[in-house]
Design a protein around this ligand. Structure first.
Ligand code: GDP
Ligand code: IMO
Ligand code: MG
Length: 423
């Protein structure tokens, strides 16, 4: 039977999923992006060279791995073409790239809408990536979205024209610049021509690959607390980055899934607005940001930083059915003298492991911390868990004990090989 492994973010994104996917794709036949769009930024560093993938599955760097953009993804064609061209410039083949005919297209009016909506939210803004993600998904569910199969067909012009007319009514009412339908349509027809050779019926293709017992790696984007259903609504993205989104975003039935890897950092970070209980909006947070280079891969915004929250992690484990953990930036946290780990919340005077995104509940919770010694020293070159310094092992085993899930990958640096694989 085919083996499907899934990689998911457990917090607010940017946990280092790209690096784990790159490793798992080494001997995989397929790597597939399932949800989200170019709000994602997945970094892989190979021999000092940084690749930031926004739409193309991170497995593309392995020549023998088919890289599929699944049906659950929203695609900005311009960004995708830039990514393809960048890979080609760096000597990588994109012959193995496939785009689902059922994925949806982000049009310029989606990006304009994203910006307008943020403007209208005023001080209640979400802090989106301004990539048009929310409006593209809204159109998908409202059934006026443009699927890839429409995009590359003769239907595109009339669908786009009708959509632009409707959007322009709104832009006009807010005194905004209108979309020039002819200009956009002729530009996007060129993009469609470029992308057409990559388009496949991905559901059918995956079905065949599953029948052939191929190894598939599903690349989660965003993360559990950004999930439209299970995250800190409304400070979330507009898709399901959790396990359900992997299934609906690919058409792979749950019975095929083997390992579900939950990726986290040895601390926490978040971009955008919304509650973040263990945030250190102080010199510790600043120090973590500098040590971990915590600036957005997509928007370059400084990330909010804080301690690792095991109550939230346990929630992610439950929601997704996570079978093993991948913890990155152990090297980064180990540069601090003292490390705090949130092992429970205090709610109404009592310690609890209950997590809820209910705002009234969270507002009454305060993190309960345990303190650990840092100063892990230089971790580079360590390939076995038992060779890690005592302080690092203590920290990691406390996480495993509380969460009840084994750590399978330990990140010791940004490079591809800076990782301990626990057998
Ligand atoms: P993703 O969106 O989950 O794939 O994560 P990002 O790529 O947005 O952010 C993770 C950042 O941490 C990237 O800059 C990675 O190169 C870097 N990184 C990943 N793992 C490690 C690690 O173990 N140590 C260090 N120092 N950096 C890491
Ligand atoms: P990866 O895959 C971190 C956040 C945005 C914002 C909220 C909504 O790299 O982990 P959106 O543009 O999706 O409507 O923004 O979600 N966000 C991410 N934060 N990493 C990501 O992806 C994110 N994708 C969306 O910052 O708070
Ligand atoms: Mg990222």
């Amino acid at each position: 039977m085919s083996k499907v492994d899934v990689v998911l973010g457990t917090f607010y994104g940017d946990e280092g999923k790209g690096k784990i996917i790159d490793y798992l794709s080494e001997d995989a036949d397929v790597s597939i992006r399932c949800s989200g769009g170019n709000n994602a930024g997945h970094t892989i560093t190979v021999d000092g060279k940084k690749f930031a993938f926004h739409l193309i599955p991170s497995g593309i760097l392995n020549n023998n791995t088919k890289a599929i953009i699944g049906n659950g993804v929203v695609i900005d064609p311009k960004v995708l073409i830039e990514e393809i061209e960048n890979l080609k410039r760096n000597g990588y083949s994109v012959d193995n790239l496939y785009i689902s005919d059922k994925a949806h297209i982000i049009m310029p009016y989606h990006i304009m809408m994203d910006n307008l909506q943020e403007e209208l939210r005023g001080d209640k803004k979400i802090g989106t990536t301004a990539r048009g993600i929310g409006p593209a998904y809204s159109d998908k569910y409202e059934r006026s979205g443009i699927r890839v199969e429409d995009f590359i067909s003769d239907r595109f012009e009339s669908i786009a024209k009708r959509n632009i007319e409707r959007k322009n009514v709104m832009f006009k009412s807010y005194g905004k610049k209108l979309v020039d339908a002819n200009k956009v349509i002729s530009e996007y027809k060129e993009y469609a021509k470029y992308l057409k050779p990559y388009v496949v019926d991905s559901v059918d293709m995956l079905y065949e690959l599953l029948e052939q017992d191929k190894k598939i790696v599903c690349e989660g984007a965003q993360a559990t607390l950004l999930d439209i259903d299970f995250g800190n609504y409304p400070y979330v993205t507009s898709s399901n980055p959790t396990i359900g989104g992997i299934i609906t975003g690919t058409g792979i039935g749950p019975k095929y899934i083997d390992q579900i890897y939950g990726v986290l950092k040895a601390y926490s970070s978040k971009v955008g607005e919304g509650m973040f209980l263990t945030e250190q909006n102080n010199e510790i947070g600043d120090k973590i940001r500098e040590l971990g280079h915590e600036y957005g891969t997509t928007t370059k915004r400084p990330r909010r930083c804080g301690w690792l929250d095991l109550v939230a992690l346990k929630y992610a484990v439950r929601i997704n059915g996570i079978t093993a953990l991948a913890i990155n930036h152990v090297d980064t946290i180990g540069k601090l003298d003292k490390i705090k780990l949130c092992i429970a919340y205090n709610y109404n005077g009592k310690n609890t492991m209950r997590f809820s995104t209910n705002i009234d509940y969270l507002k009454k919770c305060t993190p309960v911390y345990e303190e650990f010694d840092g100063n892990f020293g230089d971790l580079s070159g360590i390939t076995k868990k038992e060779d890690l310094p005592k302080n690092a092992l203590k920290y990691l085993s406390r996480i495993e004990d509380i969460v009840g899930v084994p750590i399978r990958f330990i990140g010791t640096g940004a490079e591809r090989n800076d990782m301990i694989i626990v057998k």
